[in-house]
Design a protein around this ligand. Structure first.
Ligand code: ZN
Ligand code: ZN
Length: 190
C-alpha cells in the first residue's frame, strides 16, 4: 500500500483530514495512531505495518469492529463503565488503561441484583502506576479489566464472598476487609 493509499483510507474512515499528498507527516501519524487505538489489538504508534494495513482494509470493507466497551454495558443493569475507571484521578492515565471484561462486570451486576442494595466499585481498572501506588501486585488483573473490588451496603464481606465464589465466571476471590471483596476471572491468554 502506498502512503497515498493509506491516507485515502484513513481519510475515508474519518481519521485523516490533511491533504492526500503521499507525505507521512505528523497529521498522518496522528490519524494512524487514533485509528490503531480505536480499532484495537494494534500498537498505536502511527506506523502502518502489515497488521495495520490489513485492519485498514477490513475497516473500510466492513466498518470498525464493535468494541466490548460499546456492546455489553447495555446489558448491565446497575453499573456504568465510568464506575470502573482508574482512581488515579487522571494523574497517570485517562481512566481507562484497559476495558473492563464483560464476565467480571456481569458478576458484580448479579451480586448487586442478588443483595438488592447499593453496590460500590472500590477498585476497578488500575493503570500500572496507580496499581503500584495502591500496593497492587505487579501483574494485578485490575490492570487488564479482569478484577474488581466490590462492596455492597449492609452486606458483610463473608456473605458477599460466599456469593461471588459460587459464580461460574470467577477464578479467585478473597476478602480485603470486613466489607470489601476482590474477585477476578481467568486471565486472557497473551
Ligand atoms: Zn490511572
Ligand atoms: Zn482487587
Amino acid at each position: 500500500m502506498t502512503i497515498r493509499q493509506r491516507q485515502h483510507l484513513l481519510a475515508y474512515l474519518g481519521y485523516y483530514t490533511g491533504s492526500v499528498d503521499g507525505l507521512w507527516g505528523p497529521k498522518s501519524r496522528d490519524a494512524a495512531t487514533r485509528f490503531q487505538r480505536e480499532y484495537g489489538g494494534l500498537t498505536p504508534d502511527g506506523t502502518v505495518d502489515g497488521d495495520t494495513e490489513a485492519a485498514l482494509r477490513q475497516a473500510v470493507a466492513e466498518g470498525m469492529p464493535e468494541r466490548e466497551a460499546d456492546s455489553f454495558w447495555e446489558e448491565i443493569h446497575y453499573f456504568s463503565r465510568e464506575e470502573f475507571r482508574c482512581k488515579c484521578g487522571g494523574r497517570f492515565c485517562s481512566g481507562y488503561p484497559a476495558e473492563m471484561k464483560q464476565a467480571v462486570v456481569l458478576v458484580a451486576d448479579r451480586a448487586r441484583a442478588h443483595f438488592g442494595a447499593p453496590a460500590h466499585v472500590v477498585s476497578g481498572l488500575r493503570c500500572r502506576q496507580h496499581n503500584a501506588n495502591s500496593g497492587g501486585v505487579e501483574n494485578s488483573q485490575h490492570m487488564s479489566g479482569e478484577a474488581v473490588d466490590l462492596r455492597i451496603d449492609g452486606v458483610s464481606a463473608d456473605t458477599l464472598l460466599a456469593f461471588v465464589r459460587f459464580q461460574p465466571e470467577v477464578r479467585y476471590a478473597y476478602k480485603i476487609n470486613s466489607t470489601n471483596v476482590h474477585f477476578d476471572i481467568p486471565r486472557e491468554a497473551g
